[in-house]
Ligand binder design. Structure first.
Ligand code: AMP
Length: 218
């Protein structure tokens, strides 16, 4: 399965990507997660990325391209990958296309998850996650049993530094300006499909599976 998820921040790409990756046994590659890890470990890419991320801006293409291309070369990618958060610009899409050619992959599916901006702000500002085990919650839609505490491992939940209204609006603007043109780009290549991201998570997953029939799920 070679799949790209497009969609604004908070559209649910990560949630759906994790489920698919688990069910189809292919890696879920989230460039946002990789960058957050690089920032936490203070690698040179992390140091370059941090300020952009905190402001809700995109990290320069050359920083993220290198991380992504290296990741695709790892052995676990031989059966495919689910890309979540990459590409986010046309030059990144071109870089990806070259990397896929090197891997002899000629077809990649592109699915956009659509959600209105008001729903996005509500979703993102309520998101909480566990820094220890990675479990995710939402203060309204998926609250933990005990406020602020992870159900799975008991650690205190945290809010991502860029999950506040001001930064979310900046991230959405970047999406409209730099990432949305990718829909047209992939439409022209005949590999683009769009789904409604305001349905319940399980309904969206069913829709996805129906679109991914060529990968052998019935
Ligand atoms: P995400 O977790 O996908 O919402 O990404 C969080 C932040 O990481 C974004 O707001 C960007 O600053 C940065 N980022 C993640 N992926 C990319 C990418 N493909 N290109 C540029 N910046 C990225």
């Amino acid at each position: 399965m070679w799949l790209i998820f497009l969609g604004p921040p908070g559209s649910g790409k990560g949630t759906q990507a994790k489920k698919l990756a688990f069910d189809f046994s292919v890696p879920h590659i989230s460039t946002g997660d990789m960058l957050r890890e690089a920032v936490a470990r203070e690698t040179s890419a992390g140091i370059k990325a941090r300020d952009y991320m905190n402001k809700g801006e995109l990290v320069p293409d050359e920083v993220i391209d290198e991380i992504l291309v290296d990741r695709l070369k790892r052995d676990d990618c031989f059966r495919g990958v689910i890309l979540d958060g990459y590409p986010r610009t046309i030059p990144q899409a071109e870089t990806l296309s070259g990397a896929l050619k090197d891997l002899k992959v000629d077809l990649i599916d592109v699915i956009e998850i659509n959600v209105s901006v008001d729903a996005l702000i509500k979703r993102i500002c309520g998101r909480r996650s566990c820094p220890s085990c990675g479990a995710t919650f939402h203060i309204d839609f998926l609250p933990p049993r005990k406020e602020g505490i992870c159900d799975k491992c008991g650690k205190s939940l945290v809010r991502r530094a860029d999950d506040n209204e001001e930064v979310v609006k900046a991230r959405y603007e970047q999406y409209l300006k730099k990432t949305q043109p990718l829909s047209e780009y992939y439409k022209n290549k005949g590999v683009f499909r769009s789904i409604n991201g305001e349905e319940p998570v399980d309904e969206i997953y069913k829709t996805l599976l129906s679109l991914l029939k060529p990968y052998g799920n019935d």
